[in-house]
Design a binder for this molecule. Sequence first.
Ligand SMILES: [Zn+2]
Length: 572
Amino acid sequence: MRYSQTLLPTLKEIPAEAEVTSHRLMLRAGFMRKLTSGIYSYLPYGLAAIRKVENIVREEMNRAGAQELLLPMVQPADLWVETGRYEKYGPELLRFQDRHERESCLGPTHEEVITDIVRKDVHSYRDLPINLYQIQTKFRDEIRPRFGLMRGREFIMKDAYSFDVDDKEAEVSYRKMYDAYQRIFTRCGLKFRAVQADSGTIGGSFSHEFMVLAETGEDTVVFCQECEYAANMEKATVKLREKEHVESLKKLEKIETPGKRKVDTVCEFLNISPSQLVKTLVFMADDEPVAVLVRGDRKMEEVKLKNLLGVAEVEIVDSDKVYEITGVPTGYLGPVGLAVKIVADQEVAAMRNFYVGGNEKNYHMKNVNLGRDFQVDGVADLRQISSSDPCPECGAGLELTEGIEVGHVFKLGTGYSESMEATFQDSDGQKKHFVMGCYGIGVSRVVAAAIEQNHDTNGIIFPVPLAPYTVIILNLGLKDEKITATAEQLYNELQIQGIDVILDDRDERPGSKFKDADLLGIPFRVTIGKGLSKSGLVEMRTRRNGAVEEMTPEKVIPALLSRIAAETLEKN
Ligand SMILES: [Zn+2]
């Protein structure tokens, strides 16, 4: 491509609408333009990066035996009514009526549509397993779209769905997708981790998230410094350290703590550590209030609470509501004599002689013990893991890091096939429900995550496999015949070699050509300027490390080919 003929509008100023690096750089590098909230037009440069991801995804999905199809974006409500999701999905599902007043929606995901196809056209165990995927635009009406392509309303996604005869076979399909995802993100040139993810309350299912590691991640990932253990924060299991010495139970006492309501101030006043105090937090779990006990220095993990209680939503209640439910003013709530359902973190159950709120203004209690002084309705791992906890698998140290979710593999089970009555005839003649799995990759999100992970103050640093152009040639002497002829010749030869190349033939100052090349993040820059007549040399620069080499024009292509090969994982 010739730069002079390309729609590649770069910006010098930092756009005010952008909150995160990838969004800022994508706007500045002419990737995309906002049409309206959370909805973007992809310009040629941005689309080229998206196509690179799509090609890798497509090759690996096909290699794993999946078949590509393309499903409609507009879906009839009837299918969603069958699975109960038309009610449940919430306002992220954009619902509308067509001219015949038929209820419809824009697909945020395609389980219903694909299950409908399979139940109509797949009838026998002989046709299984089957895995169908598409790369398509999805719509989710996010309440607060932000961060550009990271959390947009419209986005490009690869979604795949597998259908198997039984659980065992479904796990084989799951494993194939897991392996394909490992290859995909490795081939994209990204640093990532596959982590165990929360899969909600659906029994028999499990899932992994693929997280690109970056400083500005939306999620926290926990991984072991020694073994392979890695999990999403919501899911990471806290392993209780065994206590060697257990104190004997002391006498329960009510103590005065005038005006001390917060963990810090109570502990300071009583001269104790927050690890000796137990907080009592009140949540609404669907419609029922539940008190949750965690140690004073710990954070509650809402997803774990939701799973323990088997409810759809949990929400912490404010102090007015706490007073309304318990009659206790803020800061003094405790479990002794509390007439509300109580659950405790496992760590609390192992504590002795701890401090809690006294259920009366200006009072706390000391030497409190679970079992003797109060009862609970459940004990479980309910708190967030921290970097000081041991690995739940091997006991070694843990590290916490930020990550961006780019892929999710999920074993679904028979939920959809049962509600939609999707069955096949098994080898024993029995009618059975398909066992399903679903597998997503946020294709446009992969590009954003790649930029979050690979950039510097001058702009993007594309990994070679995702770069829209692998090489940019700068012609710094448009009026110099020799320079221009050399630039044109290199440009042609690189194209013949199948290398994506852009020739900067604009009538611009060298300084702005250098700036744009850096901003765009093209991995290799070949500069042809005055050096050619002086010494017969051109300059090759690697964007990632800034390394500069001078060489004769003939050496450029072999040098580029070997560097590109070193950064590209073979297809096979
Ligand atoms: Zn470990």
